[in-house]
Write a protein that binds this ligand. Structure first.
Ligand SMILES: Cc1cc2nc3c(=O)[nH]c(=O)nc-3n(C[C@H](O)[C@H](O)[C@H](O)COP(=O)(O)OP(=O)(O)OC[C@H]3O[C@@H](n4cnc5c(N)ncnc54)[C@H](O)[C@@H]3O)c2cc1C
Length: 406
């Protein structure tokens, strides 16, 4: 299989690299890794630190000039209308540079949903504000009793004239504390079969009665929240699609990025940095690779698995490029990627023995800025978010392999 670029693809790749080299603010160079929270574009955009805010604006402008805030949206809605292969190249180069994406869930989830299911008025009101970075969105789907089985959700919306009145609770609402608007699935008909009584609503996060409470994860990061609704009144014009058909609106709200190329690049970078460091003078002092055949084998195995992940990513994108919709193939890539990053993080900590328990990035004895130790902790949710490993295995077993459902 030849994965090298065609002439056009190579030209496009050069344009993306040019923007990264010349326009990516210093603040974001080599900024990837721990993801959520401080230092992300969404948080910087409303930061009280003028340098953070300026970096967020600068990067948003550099991308907006080319329609690259929303590379996958059609041009008529302000996107770049890139082909799946161009989107893949774009994502690959951005991940390689560890550049932050701009626009968050507004770009990746809500915008594409409004383009398909929204009214002209909804599109005119919301899409430009997503593209300008003026409004950031959060996703209110999960509830304490509804995660993998999302259709069990109980947050209730009752129609009252021109408004819905919402009561209930969402959980794990990522970035709600730095977002301006929320899209949510709510129950509008409790008597209907569970998938048929759900509606999709958009609301200003500052609507009275809507309260966001932080959930601090075990790495002490504030990435997600609990969201409470007490008589929250939302205009009926903010309903997307038909009442009680929200499940189908929400189900089509798939992240366009299904290849997991960013994950493949992250894993490859971690392994190659680990190998380079182990060969350096400093690394020889820290690492146990010289004394352990078993650990050397594990590094070799992780290297092989990283290359396998690349091939999964290429498979998914080549399907999308041929107009096919990846299904269990995307699940395979998601499952393999999220489990591999945990494995690589664990391996990295073991390579450094007791030095691998140091947490502080600034501590001079922390190997490689403690990145493996920190990733060991921060990668744990990766096998839960966006569909747990068990759910991915269920999809692969039934839709992919045709095995009977339990
Ligand atoms: C970092 C992170 C960010 C998130 N961000 C958001 C967000 O912005 N908005 C939002 O709405 N939600 C968000 N979520 C929530 C996420 O969608 C849910 O955590 C996920 O769907 C799993 O649901 P749950 O936590 O309720 O676990 P459960 O569904 O209760 O699962 C518990 C365990 O049971 C297993 N299990 C469940 N059902 C089956 C089955 N049928 N077969 C086999 N095993 C099963 C699961 O794999 C898991 O191990 C986020 C989660 C994380 C970790």
């Amino acid at each position: 299989m030849d994965w090298s670029d065609s002439t056009e693809q190579a030209e496009f790749r050069a344009q993306v690299r040019d923007v990264i080299v010349n326009r990516l603010p210093q603040r974001y160079r080599g900024a990837g890794g721990e993801g959520e929270g401080a230092g992300s574009w969404q948080a910087d955009r409303i930061s009280s630190d003028p340098a953070a805010k300026a970096a967020a604006d600068e990067w948003a402008h550099a991308l907006a000039e080319r329609g690259w805030i929303a590379p996958h949206w059609p041009k008529e809605y302000g996107g770049a209308g890139l082909t799946p292969m161009e989107q893949f190249i774009f994502k690959q180069e951005m991940a390689q540079a560890q550049a932050p994406s701009v626009g968050g869930m507004g770009v990746s989830l809500l915008g594409p949903t409004l383009i398909v299911h929204g009214t002209e008025e909804q599109r005119a009101e919301h899409l430009p504000k997503i593209l300008s970075g003026e409004v950031a969105w959060a996703e209110g789907y999960s509830e304490p009793g509804a995660g993998s089985d999302l259709a069990s959700l109980q947050t209730r919306a009752i129609r009252d004239g021109d408004e819905y009145v919402i009561n209930g609770q969402k959980i794990w609402t990522s970035g709600a504390h730095t977002a301006d608007w929320l899209f949510a699935l709510v129950r509008t008909d409790p008597e209907a079969p569970k998938h048929r009584g759900i509606s999709f609503l958009m609301m200003d996060i500052k609507t009275p009665g809507l309260n966001i409470r932080p959930l601090i994860n075990m790495a002490w990061q504030h990435g997600f929240n609990e969201t409470f609704f007490e008589d929250v009144r939302v205009p009926v014009k903010n309903l997307v699609g038909d009442e009680n058909r929200g499940w189908y609106v929400g189900a089509s709200l798939l992240d366009f990025e299904r290849s997991n190329i960013a994950g493949a690049i992250e894993n490859r970078r971690l392994i190659s940095d680990l190998i380079d460091h182990a060969k350096s003078d400093e690394g020889r002092g820290h690492s146990r690779l010289a004394e352990s055949t078993g650990l050397r084998h594990e590094v070799a195995e992780a290297f092989v698995q990283t290359e396998v992940l690349f091939n999964f990513s290429f498979r998914v994108i080549s399907m999308q490029n041929r107009g096919l919709i990846p299904n269990y193939e995307a699940s395979t890539s998601k499952l393999f990627n999220s489990e591999l990053v945990q494995k690589v993080a664990r391996l990295g900590t073991r390579v450094f023995g007791l030095y691998g328990t140091l947490w502080s990035k600034e501590e001079p004895l922390s190997p490689m800025g403690a990145q493996f130790t920190r990733l060991y902790v921060t990668s744990i949710p990766r096998t839960i978010a966006a569909g747990s490993s068990e759910i991915q295995r269920n999809i692969i077993a039934t839709r992919g392999l045709g095995l009977p459902r339990g």
